[in-house]
Design a protein around this ligand. Sequence first.
Ligand code: UDP
Ligand code: MG
Length: 326
Amino acid sequence: MSNEVKNSNKFISVVIPVFNEEENLPVLLERLVKILEQYNQYEIVFVNDGSTDSSESIIMEEGDKNKFIKLINLSRNFGHQTAITAGIANASGEAVIVMDADLQDPPEVIPQFVDKWCEGYDTVYAIRTKRKENFFKKTAYFVFYRLLSKISDVNIPLDSGDFSIMDRRIVDLMNQFPEKNCFVRGMRAWLGFKQTGLVYQRDQRFSGKPKYNFLSLLELSYDGIISFSKKPLQVASYFGICLTFLSFIGIIYLFLMKMYWGVAPRGWTSIIVIVIFIGGVQTMMIGIIGEYLARIYDEVKGRPYYLVRSSRNIEQKINNMKTNVK
Ligand code: UDP
Ligand code: MG
């Protein structure tokens, strides 16, 4: 081959979560296999996250022709981040790449990832320069990443998604995390070791509709913020302290007015406004606490992360609940 890739002596795993991506899979596989064939050994671990279209049969057919195309069928739809986790837990390469099935992450970037990893980085994450999305989504992402990096307890790189390569030792460590609310890009940042970014241009979804709607994106951003920051809780308590202090001053002022100047303050409106304001703040704070509580509840229940219904071309014992049950 004329333009052979460097570092071709490696075993590379690619983990791809799939939820109703039948139109994208054939093109994805064609482009991906072309790149990966240049490596000594590779595997593509598709995690079928409860697809209802023909994604499963397409992957099965391809898997019959090429045993390096592997499939894990989850028992239902568990969500993007959980599907990635299931894939990572069952990948066996020296390095594991995570990418989406919709070709927004171009497979052609993979050799650059591998080269950076071979330079000695444990994790190389992709940083998007241009997003080909609508204005609303772009703005929402822009605000979210900046907010997250301001308030998060770990340094989560700006504009980096799940598209990345991770060394085997990072993957092994990640697999031991007992957390259920997984926000993969946050975990990756939290782990540390030697990390670097790789700039790339995020393409448009090749075909089909994005699986995230506004609410599920909001949920993901909540997961990101709440799993990696205690600041919202602290803000709640600071706010509470400030308001209590202010209301004390108000009470003293009103008391003095009445006692010494004999003025009974009028103003029904202002009182109502204040009552509503405090009521609103309190409800919001209880909401924030509730968000943390719900996540704690999820963790405490100790249910498995996900369940595997079946698999194809995976030789090792399947890690079907992430908890490393053997
Ligand atoms: N996905 C998944 N489960 C879900 C939603 C999405 O496995 O419940 C997969 C989807 O098939 C795709 C990737 O996650 O490969 C990213 O989804 P999408 O393109 O909808 O997200 P966006 O690009 O809008 O962030
Ligand atoms: Mg996408």
